[in-house]
Design a protein around this ligand. Structure first.
Ligand SMILES: [Zn+2]
Length: 209
């Protein structure tokens, strides 16, 4: 019996290696919106850009979305004001709508089975009242660089199961419509017919199998 979790872990390792290769292949000067690079611990963190890792394994689809919080919320600092907290909660609600983010063929008859969200910002909202000491080293990290700029990431994990997986010929990624600050998602996908990669954008948002 195959283990989707293990496959996903393997794919993620591959993606990290790829991200590092890309990082070193480019100049690092304009790699990030902010002036001072705190080091390479945030090598994959580039505003407007996220990654999408996807595995179709039989009737199961596993999807992992990694994104700078800025793309989904509009800021990356620890939420403290009422307005900030409301925006974080709005983003959490939108991220939980798996069927609005990933449009699957009706004929495949897929159901979202699970959604898991991880971000220090979500943790901060969940710990409301303990906002000040909840931001470090729980899930991902909020990094304050030398210039005081703060960065944080969001990870969302989805699992769908499909009763007619043979009809799963494509997935339309609607993340760009729901979160317009997302400009590009680096795709790594493994399906029944092998592996594919590339970049998804608002205009090119369909993964075909
Ligand atoms: Zn950032």
């Amino acid at each position: 019996m195959r283990q989707p979790r293990l496959l996903l872990a393997g794919l993620l390792t591959l993606c990290v290696a790829t991200a590092h290769a890309q990082e070193h292949g480019h100049g690092s000067k304009d790699h990030h919106d902010h002036a001072n690079e705190p080091g390479d611990s945030l090598a994959a963190h580039q505003h407007g850009v996220g990654s999408l890792n996807l595995i179709v394994d039989g009737a199961t689809i596993e999807i992992e979305l990694n994104s700078p919080a800025n793309n989904l919320i509009g800021f990356e600092h620890t939420p403290s004001s009422e307005a900030d907290i409301a925006r974080v909660k709005d983003a959490m609600s939108a991220l939980k709508q798996a069927n609005d983010l990933f449009l699957l063929p009706a004929a495949a008859d897929c159901t979202a089975e699970a959604v898991e969200l991880e971000s220090p910002l979500f943790q901060a909202v969940a710990d409301e009242g303990h906002v000040d000491d909840s931001t470090h080293e729980h899930q991902g990290h909020v990094d304050a660089s030398a210039d005081g700029a703060t960065h944080s990431d969001i990870q969302a994990h989805y699992r769908f199961t499909c009763s007619e997986p043979a009809a799963l010929d494509q997935i339309e990624v609607a993340v760009f419509a729901v979160f317009p600050a997302t400009e590009k998602l680096i795709l790594q996908a493994i399906g029944e017919r092998g592996q594919q990669g590339g970049e998804l954008t608002a205009e090119n948002n369909i993964i075909r199998f």
